[in-house]
Ligand binder design. Structure first.
Ligand SMILES: Cc1cc2nc3c(=O)[nH]c(=O)nc-3n(C[C@H](O)[C@H](O)[C@H](O)COP(=O)(O)OP(=O)(O)OC[C@H]3O[C@@H](n4cnc5c(N)ncnc54)[C@H](O)[C@@H]3O)c2cc1C
Length: 308
């Protein structure tokens, strides 16, 4: 992540002509293909199959966010129900799913969103339960996301949530949700957040990440280390070994197309590893966050676009 360039990159990619350029240009699609498995659920499952062969599990994400009608939110829930059914046809892969609450109607009200989540969780909870993780979105959604998560976990043990180490508030959120029932994905945070709410310097974000993950593990929570940062990955591996954290209470998670060297290294060490597999046609916002994390991805796009 480059905190300095994140703002300008996200600002630029929000311009409608830039969006058109990237989504309509073959190079834009090629860059997206590095991170996104393809347009369909079957493309996501094909990626899960390849990962399984490499000793890695998959977390499927049907791309989409900020829907503006109840029909779109219900359709997103239908998409996840279809994904869960497909996952059950290949139980040997051990896949699970991750959802965004704004995709399930959070902007239309917590009740609409919760209804859609319940439909997904009921199917996920049948027979062998499948874990449903909730992505964390920009800061204005954190309160509502945690409210929906806390209400749901009373009835569904197979739900977990992502927390972002760059936010000051996360220390308090950890205190609120930590405990045996909590399944938490720790990520640094992928949005552009101002300095009055979020750490801006990488050493501060890293320090907070390590502290929060340790607090959660000490409280008996399950922690998913979602990072490609070698310092955090190695620190987490040392921590779980030293403390004898049981294997079912942690895993390492990476994004599709990012740091395959670390995926392989962790598998070779015998660590539990899962890769986040996005699929679907709504890949643009997801791609912009990946570009902002690594400006080299933007230079790659620009140099290829200019050369053609
Ligand atoms: C499984 C998973 C789920 C996530 N879920 C969420 C979520 O719900 N909400 C949220 O806000 N954020 C989420 N994130 C994103 C996260 O917050 C960070 O933005 C992202 O992981 C980059 O931070 P990093 O910890 O990998 O460290 P960085 O310091 O950014 O990266 C470390 C190294 O990884 C490589 N790298 C990182 N990103 C890229 C990239 N885009 N392209 C190419 N190489 C890259 C580079 O080699 C870099 O040096 C998730 C991340 C993962 C892995």
């Amino acid at each position: 992540m480059s905190p300095v360039l994140r703002g300008p990159i996200l600002w630029t990619t929000e311009r409608s002509f830039v969006r058109r350029l990237i989504t309509e240009h073959p190079i834009g699609r090629r860059i997206a293909e590095r991170f996104v498995a393809g347009d369909s659920l079957e493309a996501g499952m094909a990626a899960a199959r390849d990962l399984d062969a490499a000793g890695i599990r998959a977390m499927l994400d049907h791309l989409g966010e900020n829907v503006s009608s109840p029909a779109q939110a219900a359709a997103a829930a239908d998409g996840y129900v279809a994904a869960l059914k497909r996952i059950r046809e290949s139980p040997e892969f051990g896949s699970n799913i991750s959802v965004k609450l704004t995709q399930l109607g959070l902007d239309l009200g917590a009740a609409t969103c919760q209804e859609n989540m319940e439909r997904v969780l009921q199917v996920a909870g049948e027979a062998e339960p499948i874990l449903v993780m909730i992505d964390m979105e920009a800061r204005e959604y954190v309160d509502r996301t945690l409210q929906v998560y806390l209400a749901l976990r009373e009835r569904y043990p197979n739900v977990g949530v992502c927390l972002q180490a760059y936010l000051f508030r996360t220390a308090e959120d950890v205190r609120r949700i930590a405990g045996r029932r909590a399944i938490v994905r720790m990520a640094k945070g992928a949005y552009l957040e101002p300095k009055d709410v979020a750490y801006q310097r990488m050493p501060d974000i890293r320090r907070n990440y390590a502290r929060l993950a340790a607090t959660l593990l000490s409280a008996g929570s399950t922690v998913h280390f979602a990072t490609h940062d070698p310092r955090l990955v190695h620190g987490a591996a040392r921590y779980v070994t030293r403390r004898g954290v049981p294997r079912e209470r942690f895993e390492f998670q990476l994004l599709n197309g990012v740091r395959r060297d670390i995926q392989a290294e962790l598998v070779a060490q015998g660590q539990p590893v899962r890769v986040y597999i996005p699929y679907g046609t709504q890949w643009y916002p997801y791609l912009t966050r990946r570009l902002a994390e690594r400006p080299a991805n933007v230079y790659f796009f620009l140099s290829n676009a200019v050369r053609r």
